[in-house]
Design a protein around this ligand. Structure first.
Ligand SMILES: [Zn+2]
Length: 315
């Protein structure tokens, strides 16, 4: 079993690691909670998960040729450092790539998590065979990756920040400090905030009030799926804002396919039908594009990191 690669996905709540071969077949995996503590603790957690994934694959760590890692951005790709990770402050400034390379004793290639996910969907997921593809993750935040002409498009390093496309002038404050970004109106976090505001304003009939706890993106989604009118309205509104951004992307890039991943994408057509309708109504000449739920689910980051490792070594 030669020609093995590791893909590591470092998230705010979990680390996922995949082991794959030269042909992109998944041989093993491990998913563990992200350790609390400093950068060294997070590193130890990643190395432990890599060991567990190798055991799952029936291989040894010394059979691995290269590793890829997807990390929350923004990153300094030249130095392999996470610059600022709001959901994972312990790794901000930590030389993650170098430390992983020391620990794994193989070359390590790094990129931001959304770019890595776009690579995974393009090569081993729902985007296989497409040349121009946009991947958008909608979860606690919103991220994106652009595959243009069959390649990941990085711009000068920071391209694909679809979550910070502005879709509502003077809209809600975003985590980036701007107002009205897609992330501030269409993420799970944004849906939860909107639910709290509506409930505080006297929308008293929603099932969201039943458990007495603050709404989350997950509880809003579950209530919408159960037919709660307020939650349904909030999901449809988030979908419509997503559709505004999709119209901009279609007008700008005319892609063949748009894939939506992340936890909120599990709502499927409850989210995507309003997005498709809004997109179709706002593109030039009614131009459209297929919009589908991404294929790789929770392992998209780790699988994409495998592709990053293979591409990196192929150079
Ligand atoms: Zn923003």
């Amino acid at each position: 079993m030669d020609g093995l690669y590791l893909g590591l996905d470092l998230g705010g709540t979990k680390v996922a690691v995949a082991v794959g071969d030269d042909e992109g077949n998944l041989r093993g995996k491990a998913v563990q909670p992200t350790p609390q503590g400093d950068g060294e603790a997070v590193l130890a957690g990643l190395l432990g998960a890599a060991d567990a994934a190798c055991r799952d694959a029936g291989c040894r760590l010394d059979q691995v040729k290269a590793a890829g890692v997807g990390a929350p951005g923004p990153l300094d790709l030249g130095r392999g450092i996470v610059l600022k990770a709001p959901n994972l402050p312990s790794v901000s400034g930590f030389p993650l790539r170098e430390k992983l390379a020391e620990g794994l004793k193989v070359p390590v290639f790094m990129d931001n998590d959304a770019n890595v996910a776009a690579l995974g969907e393009h090569r081993l997921g729902g985007g296989r065979g497409y040349r121009d593809l946009i991947y958008i993750t909608v979860s606690t935040g919103v991220g994106g990756g652009l595959i243009l002409g069959g390649q990941l498009y990085r711009g000068r390093g920071a391209a694909g920040e679809i979550g910070h496309l502005i879709v509502q002038i003077d809209g809600p404050l975003c985590s980036c400090g701007n107002h009205g970004c897609l992330e501030a109106v269409a993420s799970g976090t944004a849906m939860a905030k909107a639910a709290e505001a509506e409930l505080a304003a006297g929308e008293g009939k929603s099932s969201l009030l039943a458990n007495g706890r603050p709404a989350t993106g997950a509880t809003v989604g579950e209530a919408a799926q159960a037919g709660d009118p307020l939650a349904g309205k909030l999901v449809a509104r988030a979908g419509a804002f997503l559709g505004v951004a999709l119209a901009d992307l279609v007008n700008l890039l005319d892609p063949e396919l748009i894939l939506i991943g992340g936890g909120v994408s599990r709502l499927g057509d409850l989210l995507l039908d309003p997005a498709r309708a809004e997109m179709a109504g706002r593109t030039l000449g009614g131009r459209t594009c297929p919009v589908r739920v991404a294929a790789l689910g929770g392992m998209v980051g780790a699988v994409g990191a495998l592709v990053l490792a293979m591409d990196g070594l192929a150079g």
